[in-house]
Design a protein around this ligand. Structure first.
Ligand code: NAD
Length: 493
């Protein structure tokens, strides 16, 4: 299968274009090839989007929402197929693939509801016979740049609010996971979305991403990916005075207090740390544990870790799938040496899995470091693999300090039976997402998603907050007094 760009409502026929392989990380099988686009392809897509957006902005928002209802319905109808495509190209286990597709379905219906809200404000004017209100106005053509670890959910967090608000979009998916974007293009087409409202341009970040950021007619860039790339994106957007929303890396922690339900904490840690092979932006990679609970927690964690089944995520019994590619394997593995050199104690894992089916894919053993101190690189840097570091603390206050002592601020969690501690924690943990008595993952689409500090730049994906990225506030004054009334001057009683 050859995946070509989706522009102006059709798949391009690009015989002369360059194509690169899409590989199943579980098996090494080539699933498809994908177009490696150029700046000229971006130009063509923007032209189509610009023309389409002018008309799209005039379609009443509840009517725009009708397309989202249809997109959601088609996604629901194809859920199983979409989940299997997702698992094959990205590697997460099929149960999680289904969950991610469901997130997209939820987002479609939720944002469709916004078509009948998109609330602005009416407010009294300081002058008599004058009306004041604010409305959300579409921005125009917006650019979406997404990572491989959530090939569809993140795109829906961005594209659905963009559509309902009256924008047209250019989406550049990650090179590793273009197949879900291709599936979504088919759905956009079948849902009858007007040509040019949704455009997908495949290709590298350096070429296609840069061309999008530099294009004067793309007025917003909504980016999700690593902090290093996000910084480059922000710098370039800054040069072009372009609105940019950044969702970036994390170094998320689970805190386990001495009064915690340890079995529940272990389940939460396993799900957060080893689900998606540790490649969720919200993955738990630090476990901050009260010294009184440390030994018991470590022992129970190891027992459960040893029961994890690792393999191809298409097998329903598998709990931990592969990591995305060889480069990721090498990066994860390099942290094992770093951790050991820093004096951390490698208790489990720490190896690239080989032999049998492991040889075909990219598999890393679930790994546990103990004796980790907060300043170590393994406790500070995003590893993005199935590796957790146990950090021992002596008090609740120290736990909070350790949690907050990293450059990132995406997700955090605390297990405790003490309601006072729970409330203090939700106040004092400095992340964009906080869980009490649950792991670090499990966001729901109707709440804002994003992080503080090095994770973000103040914007949020999903929830109503996402509309802020894709709309401009417009303030409107209607003077029906029939005379000149000057604000701040003629308002004296
Ligand atoms: P990445 O930064 O390598 O790539 C993300 C996207 O940016 C890809 O589409 C890539 O092609 C593009 N890109 C690369 N260089 C670019 C450039 N110079 N200009 C424009 N675009 C460019 O990230 P990744 O490896 O695909 O994803 C993993 C990272 O994403 C992790 O750090 C993870 O924490 C983060 N992430 C964050 C969130 C969140 O919401 N905070 C969600 C998922 C993933």
């Amino acid at each position: 299968m050859k995946l070509t760009n989706f522009v102006n409502g059709g798949f391009q026929q690009e015989e002369s274009a360059e194509f690169v392989p899409v590989v199943n990380p579980a098996t090494g099988e080539e699933l498809a090839t994908v177009q490696r686009s150029t700046a000229a392809d971006v130009e063509e897509a923007v032209k189509a989007a610009k023309a389409a957006q002018k008309k799209w902005a005039l379609v009443p928002a509840p009517k725009r929402a009708d397309y989202l209802y249809e997109i959601g319905r088609l996604m629901k109808e194809r859920k199983e197929h979409l989940a299997s495509v997702l698992t094959k190209e990205m590697g997460k286990v099929i149960e999680e693939g289904r969950g991610e597709v469901q997130e997209g379905i939820d987002m479609a219906f939720y944002m469709a509801g916004e078509g009948r809200r998109l609330f602005g404000e009416t407010t009294p004017s300081e002058l008599a016979d004058k009306f004041a209100m604010s409305v959300r106005a579409p921005i125009g053509v917006v650019g979406l740049i997404t990572p491989w670890n959530f090939p569809v959910a993140i795109a829906t967090w961005k594209s659905f609010p963009a559509i309902v608000a009256g924008n047209a979009f250019i989406w550049k998916p990650a090179t590793e996971t273009p197949m879900m974007a291709y599936e979504m293009a088919k759905i956009f087409k079948e849902a009858g979305l007007p040509d040019g409202v949704a455009n997908i341009v495949f290709g590298s970040g350096s070429e296609v991403g840069t061309a999008m950021i530099e294009h004067r007619d793309i007025r917003v860039i909504s980016f999700t990916g690593s902090t290093d790339t996000g910084r480059k994106v922000a710098e370039l957007c800054g040069r072009h005075l372009k609105k940019v929303s950044l969702e970036m890396g994390g170094k998320n922690a689970v805190i386990v207090m001495d009064d915690a339900d340890l079995d529940l904490a272990v389940d939460g840690i396993l799900w957060s740390a080893f689900g998606t092979a540790g490649q969720r932006c919200t993955a738990c990679s630090r476990v901050i544990v009260h010294k009184a609970a440390k030994e018991k927690l470590q022992q129970r964690l190891l027992e459960k870790m040893d029961q994890l089944t690792i393999g191809d995520g298409m097998d329903e019994t598998v709990k931990v799938g592969p990591v995305i590619n060889q480069k990721a394997l090498e990066k994860i593995h390099s942290y094992i040496e770093i951790g050991k050199e820093e004096g951390a104690e490698l208790i489990r894992g720490g190896e690239i899995l080989t032999g049998g089916h492991f040889d075909k894919g990219n598999y890393y053993a679930p790994t546990l470091f103990a004796g980790v101190t907060p300043g170590m690189r393994i406790a500070q840097e995003e590893i993005f693999g199935p590796v957790i570091s146990l950090i021992e603390v002596a008090s609740f206050e120290e736990a909070i300090e350790v949690n907050n002592g990293v450059i990132y601020g995406l997700s955090s969690s605390i297990f405790t039976a003490d309601v006072n501690r729970a409330f203090k924690a939700q106040r004092d943990l400095d992340t964009g997402i906080v869980y009490i008595n649950a792991g670090t993952t499990g966001a729901e689409i109707h709440l804002p998603f994003g992080g503080t500090k090095g994770t973000g730049n103040g914007h949020r994906d999903s929830g109503v907050a996402a509309l802020d990225v894709f709309t401009e506030w417009k303030s409107i004054y209607v003077d029906f007094s029939g005379k000149l009334q000057r604000a701040q001057i003629d308002n004296k009683a």
